[in-house]
Design a protein around this ligand. Structure first.
Ligand SMILES: [Zn+2]
Ligand SMILES: [Zn+2]
Length: 365
């Protein structure tokens, strides 16, 4: 992958320094990744070419050792990251020639407004708003049957006064004087490869290219502001502790027209005095008398839905579990219900009177 730097910049081998610079500027402008028809790979290549051809010493070395130079560069790429830049002066250190935007992300990122493949990460424009996470305690029955809840929170919203553009309504929006509307500023920067012209996001307008005669009084020019907000949350029937409700687009508003984040609500179900939940089943316990357990009997059992008559068969032992089908929690997604499982516990009679004791003895059971 021997690179012809002259070809990349589209200049003649005899081109003077000024022409090389001109060609670089023109191409860098054209392929800058932030431009409409930008091309990051091409842009890197152009920079690489100019770093060499734009510097008298490096250009001389390149002219003389071009092919070798490129091979060594490849070796450098395969092996050792970007270390050894210092070796530039002497050609032995040429493995250090390898560089790309990723390695120089820290250096270049600051100047170009992007760092390697994290393109746009430093840009202030069109930032997606942050997600909000919250924990919501719900009553046992609300989780079973579903509910609607209002919650109050402070979150960033798009300013309704200025529609998010940051200007006080009725005042003039002007072209930014600092960047003349381009949203970028250029400055000469000394790098290890010599002087380079760098572009960065205009600090005055944040890359918008516009400034306002007067900032919006409500959001102070930010376009978004923190506002006490009330949100209606639908709790789906069947939800359980640890499950999360996601409200798309209900997180923090994005800056400069960026999309809003999401709102994640983690549900925590409060315990119930009588019922215990296990997935979609509900467990409870009832006490029955010795006589009810011994003879056949019908008892009332409370479920989350209603009271259910349960027939206790003759000779039921303490600890027996009866299943009340479909009397549990509705399935969160899909049809059907869990079951209600009721465990019976036999109350041993206490404090019997003389007569009762005598009868029991006679029964001898
Ligand atoms: Zn505003
Ligand atoms: Zn500006």
């Amino acid at each position: 992958m021997s690179k012809d730097y002259y070809n990349i910049l589209g200049v003649d081998k005899n081109a003077n320094k000024e022409d090389v610079k001109k060609a670089f500027k023109k191409l860098a402008h054209k392929y800058h990744p932030d431009k409409e028809y930008g091309d990051e790979a091409k842009f890197k290549e152009i920079n690489e070419a100019y770093n060499v051809l734009g510097d008298d010493n490096k250009r001389k070395q390149y002219d003389q050792f071009g092919a070798t130079f490129n091979q060594q560069q490849q070796a450098g790429q395969a092996g050792q990251g970007g270390q050894g830049f210092g070796g530039f002066g002497g050609f032995q250190g040429a493995q250090g020639m390898h560089f790309d935007m990723d390695d120089l992300g820290d250096i270049f990122g600051d100047f170009f407004g992007f760092g390697g493949n994290k393109r746009g990460s430093r840009s202030r424009s069109n930032q997606r708003g942050e997600d909000i996470e919250a924990v919501l305690d719900v009553e046992f029955n609300e989780a079973v049957f579903g509910a609607e809840k209002d919650i109050q929170l402070k979150k960033k919203v798009v300013c309704e006064k200025c529609n998010g553009n940051g200007a006080e309504p009725g005042t003039k929006i002007e072209t930014c004087k600092t960047c003349r509307g381009t949203g970028k500023i250029k400055k000469m920067q000394r790098t290890i490869f010599g002087q380079m012209q760098m572009e960065s996001l205009c600090p005055e307008c944040g890359g918008e290219g516009k400034t306002f005669a007067q900032k919006c009084s409500q959001c102070h020019g930010a376009g978004i502001y923190e506002k006490p907000t009330s949100l209606k949350i639908k709790i789906p029937a069947g939800i359980n502790t640890g499950e999360t409700i996601r409200l798309t687009g209900q997180g923090q508003a994005g800056e400069r027209g960026g999309p809003a984040g999401d709102f994640y609500i983690q549900v925590r179900v409060k315990p119930h005095s009588k019922f215990e939940r296990q997935d979609y089943d509900i467990h409870s316990q009832v006490e029955i008398s010795f006589t009810q357990a011994t003879l056949s009997y019908k008892i009332d059992v409370d479920t989350v839905h209603d009271k259910v008559k349960l027939k206790i068969p003759e000779g039921t032992q303490s600890g027996t579990v009866f299943k009340l089908k479909d009397k549990g929690v509705p399935h969160l997604e899909g049809r059907g219900y869990g079951d209600h499982l009721v465990k019976v516990k036999i109350k041993t009679p206490k404090n019997l009177n003389k007569e009762q004791k005598k009868t029991l003895r006679q029964l001898n059971i």
